[in-house]
Design a protein around this ligand. Sequence first.
Ligand SMILES: [Fe+2]
Length: 201
Amino acid sequence: MPSPLHLGRSEFGHPDNKGRLLPISDALCLLTEWVPNERLRLHMRQVGAVMKAWALEKEGADEQTALKWELAGLLHDADWEKHPDSHCRVIIEKLEEMNIDPEVIHCIAAHGPRHFGVEPENAMDRMIYTFDELSGFIHAAALIRPSRYEGMDVKGILKKLKTPSFAAQVSRDDINDAISRIDHPLEEIIQFIIDHQKEVQ
Ligand SMILES: [Fe+2]
């Protein structure tokens, strides 16, 4: 049975809006308005920061492209708190009304293929899917360490992933599926997240 969150479509936004992005400061204002929960806002800032860093460091992206990656990360769960039963649909429709770049909207729609029924099509889509669950998982691991991210290593995270009771809501199947779609090992992704989200406030 398809998930109740299935979007039932695969085209998002309008091609005429290619290149239409929001300044990060505007996206942060929208987040404050749409997401009262500070922990959830932090999750989105973390995914945004990791997406931007990956675009710049691993994809050779220019600043405009990196902004696109960052925006998708920043806004991907923007409707989750207020509209859990139509998560993704609401934020997608808002961004379509705002005439935002269709690639940003598609990326948000593709961040959970099992939930939303939209397959990741390009590197940006595949990386948001890869980072989303792992970013939250690594943050959960940081929160139970007295030194937080300081001294955190990949081995410890791999061990926790094999412990089903730790952050049980994080789908190991989704993580494995996401990793199977990219040409980078899980260890590299974990290290990248540790390195880049520790400074996100
Ligand atoms: Fe998320």
